[in-house]
Design a protein around this ligand. Sequence first.
Ligand code: ADP
Ligand code: MG
Length: 559
Amino acid sequence: ESKKETLGFQTEVKQLLHLMIHSLYSNKEIFLRELISNASDAEDKLRFAALKDDSLYESDPELKIRLDYDKEANTITLTDNGIGMTRDDVIQNLGTIARSGTAEFLQQLSGDEKKDSKLIGQFGVGFYSAFIVADKVDVFTRRAGAPAEEGVHWESKGDGEFAIEQVNRENRGTEIVIHLKSDASEFADGFRLRNLVKKYSDHISFPVVMKSESEEEEEKGKDETVNDATALWTLPRTEIKDEEYKEFYKHIAHDFEDPLTWSHNKVEGKLDYTSLLYIPARAPFDLYNREAPRGLKLYVQRVFIMDDAEQFLPLYLRFAKGVIDSNDLSLNVSREILQNDSTVDSIRTAMTKRVLDMLSKLAKKEPEQYQSFWSEFGTVLKEGPAEDFSNREKIAGLLRFASTHTGESIQNVSLDQYIERMKEGQQKIFYITADNFTAAKSSPHLEVFRKKGIEVLILSDRIDEWMMGYLNEYDGKQFQDVARGDLDLGEVETEEDKKHKEEAAEEHKDLVERIKKALEDRVQDVRVTNRLTDSPACLVVGDFDMGAQMKKIMEAAGQ
Ligand code: ADP
Ligand code: MG
């Protein structure tokens, strides 16, 4: 046995602990779900590792999670016989936060608890949530396959440091002892704990076992399984309650808010798999970080294979979470194999369609919910037209825009709504791009449209101009940038307008020549226009030239 060593938590952990303890106070009970979730993950990982090396089961092949409590000592103990941790694992997992961007994210903390508590939703909670109810936590663990002497004891009061020492541990896996705060003693209670397990962890894949408190002498003290212990996605849809879908989401997504919607499907035939997909309500803080974890949890024939299997969804749907359980893939499947596997490709095509359909349905049935989805994830979906050619039309139908119709910056106009409002004779969908909404809205390019009462979509996200490069038409109607090329208003332009324009061109020929000379190489051409009603002149981009926004992006990238 080695002597105890005291180490400091990484700064980010300290901040997170502080945030969690103060903002989740009224949500205390979620600590149990988080710890059971970790235990279940650890069992999953052991079963996966044992596919290659079944000696890892040692003499204890029955995977289960044990929950005990001691009213007198005011403690709860959660024990799993999963994969366990080495000393290095413990220091890494229970002393730091490895997600990149965490420090920057936590710097936004304002000290205002109400505001800050919203941030935690973007972060997820996890192990450290134990300190919402604990004034001290002990973790005893041993990695499966390691000798008994390589057990580890970690302990902390959650106040900035933790102690770690080597101990002897016969059993593999992890035991967590929660020393409850005096105001959390309600949790050292069999009835309360059973209820919480039922409520939060009924449908994880492993049994949660407690000692029976039955009145009957026969039963009393014997192990009893307190959850259902069948993986949720394996059950028929009709037997699953909404609450159960929501709780399961929280287990797999490391989120503590309810999802917006989900879709559960069993597919049989040429392909044989079950999928359960969710749309979260809130974007994680690292949604735009290329290295952030994304993808689905992959199971093969009910056996957990890996987290974050990226190959089942395109990048622009990276906000979707869920489980895919395939009967066609091999248990030996690896990330490399997933990358060029035709079964995976087919599932990915189907998953993509499912997510898009789920969103269309949400947009139709719950427009307010969809609007909230859009404000969280809209800019990600905007990567779609470029990434996924075959679903362009479908994605376009899901886009939402600011528009001159509402005159407000909120993006809530769909292309279908735009088309419904198109003027008699109008053939194109008009849009304008600019750095920001205000600049776009006051652009002289909009003058003629205002005069004619034609709606123009206002695009001011950084990605918009780039996205429009991949969208040519929707519902058979072409998109037209109002600041580009010759403006063709279709039949909305009357004969009179045309005649007027020709006359004006003739009349101002000399003026145009003089302006051309004065500007020389700085412009390609100078023309008389019918675009303007109040402003004397405006700049127009050629049909095939880079737009102003795109130019800025390229300049910023050093091009
Ligand atoms: P997450 O579960 O999202 O990864 P947590 O904060 O809940 O984050 O846990 C951090 C890490 O600690 C886990 O990823 C896992 O590696 C490790 N861990 C936590 N609990 C256990 C456990 N019971 N058995 C093995 N490893 C665990
Ligand atoms: Mg966790």
